[in-house]
Design a protein around this ligand. Structure first.
Ligand code: NAD
Ligand code: UFG
Length: 385
């Protein structure tokens, strides 16, 4: 693995040309993909799957919400494929730093994960969200265009749908996000649609993720939120390892099977594979992709109580529950229509909530404090297969 920035101990935020020149050398896979946000939860799993599929991956991440250890572990898990991985500590809002990365390597495509994702924080700090998620995306698109790299997979979200009246929710549903985070995703999607309208050489896939959970089955990669988790499963996980006393259920009087909210939980590895499928579609010259959205979900709705019960079974831990008020803005039921991704990307989620909870617990029990767990450095670079 070629590294720059924090992974090799330097704290600089712009990549050096020497490091990048090394990163772009070597034989091996035919296609090189720039992965923004590749040190994060979904990005790290996707990079591992890309390497396994024979792509070369260059990760840029500011490490704002992630650890360089995630990238090291991807390298360790990738075995021989690790030679096809490079990392640069770069903030995508820094156009010059992005320009340096692009000037030093030719990218066949970009997967753009980098951004902020906490719905509540986006309400408190909307400008911060517009800055990372919109300004960062505009910088990236400008530099891509300047270098003739016109294939993009963008991390969008089911948040663009707001609270649809019915599920399954298909890609044609109205786009009415409820919060600044969701609006940044919708605006970024609109920017992509406008770019394609202006230049039909662009090929863009907008992946709208539903509720990613779980972890790599090895237990070495997983979600490691900073501060209080915003989402259900990271919270449940922290209760299971004793970091928090109980989980509050946000409302048990919905018109659902057991009164609790219903969502479409998807294993992060299935999601990662969805990106490999999207890239294959972009590289398939026989298809006229344009700029297309696809839902990535399982198509199945699971209630809060059902997934907490599945986690209790997987972990053997009792999760104390407190019934609280509904969380403002929450949908009652939201799950994906997955037909379009199945038909056009030839992708379908393989895992159910049993595997999601099993793998999440494996990660949690090995890393109770995420990448900052006391023994986690021992797992750096010495993962057996
Ligand atoms: P994450 O926070 O783990 O990963 C995002 C990564 O982007 C982090 O490593 C962070 O350090 C990096 N980053 C943030 N701002 C950056 C910047 N300006 N420059 C460079 N790097 C920056 O989150 P995740 O769950 O892996 O999400 C990845 C993407 O998927 C995000 O765009 C998110 O909005 C989207 N998404 C996530 C979910 C979810 O529930 N996890 C759902 C729908 C969509
Ligand atoms: N929930 C609880 N207690 C908690 C946390 C959540 O009961 O402590 C409930 C919620 O009310 C909801 C379900 O668990 O019914 C899932 O909530 P999450 O916060 O885990 O996920 P959301 O569906 O609300 O939102 C997530 C991401 C968004 C993304 C959206 C897309 O956080 O970024 O999925 O569907 F936009």
């Amino acid at each position: 693995m070629v590294v720059n920035g924090a992974v090799n101990g330097s704290s600089g935020s712009s990549p050096s040309r020497a490091a990048l020149a090394n990163g772009s050398s070597g034989s091996g896979p035919t296609r090189t993909v720039l992965v923004t946000g590749g040190a994060g939860y979904i990005g790290s799993h996707a990079v591992l799957q890309l390497l396994a599929a024979g792509f070369r991956a260059v990760v840029v991440d500011s490490l704002e919400n992630s650890s360089d250890l995630a990238v090291r572990r991807v390298a360790a898990l990738a075995g021989d494929h690790a030679r096809n991985l490079a990392f640069h500590k770069v903030d995508i809002r820094d156009e010059d730093a992005l320009e340096t990365v692009f000037a030093s390597s030719r990218f066949d495509a970009v997967i753009h994960f980098a951004g902020l994702k906490a719905v509540g924080e986006s309400v408190q700090k909307p400008l911060l969200y517009y800055d990372h998620n919109i300004l960062g995306t505009i910088n990236l698109l400008k530099v891509m265009a300047a270098h003739g790299c016109k294939k993009l997979v963008f991390s969008s979200s089911a948040a663009v749908y707001g609270s649809p009246k019915n599920s399954p929710c298909t890609e044609e549903f109205p786009l009415t996000p409820h919060n600044p985070y969701g609006r940044t995703k919708l605006i970024a999607e609109e920017i992509c649609r406008d770019i394609y309208r202006s230049d039909s050489e662009w090929r863009i896939i907008l992946l709208r993720y539903f509720n990613p959970v779980g972890a790599h089955p090895s237990g070495y990669l997983g979600e490691d939120p900073r501060g209080t988790p915003n989402n259900l499963m990271p919270f449940v996980q922290q209760v299971a390892v004793g970091r928090r006393p109980s989980v509050t259920i946000f409302g048990n009087n919905y018109a659902t099977k057991d009164g609790t909210g219903v969502r479409d939980y998807i294993h992060v590895l299935d999601l990662a594979d969805g990106h490999v499928a999207a890239l294959r579609k972009l590289f398939d010259s026989s298809s006229n992709i344009g700029c297309e959205p696809y839902n990535l979900g399982t198509g199945k709705g699971t209630s809060v109580l059902e997934i907490v019960n599945a986690f209790e079974k997987a972990s053997g831990k009792k999760i104390p529950l407190v019934i609280g008020q509904r969380r403002p803005g929450d949908a009652e039921v939201l799950f994906a229509g997955t037909g379009k991704a199945e038909r056009e990307l030839h992708w379908k989620a393989k895992y159910g909530i049993t595997e999601m909870c099993r793998d999440q617990w494996n990660w949690a029990s090995k890393n109770p404090y995420g990448y900052a767990s006391p023994d986690s450095t021992k797992q750096n670079g010495s993962i057996s297969h």
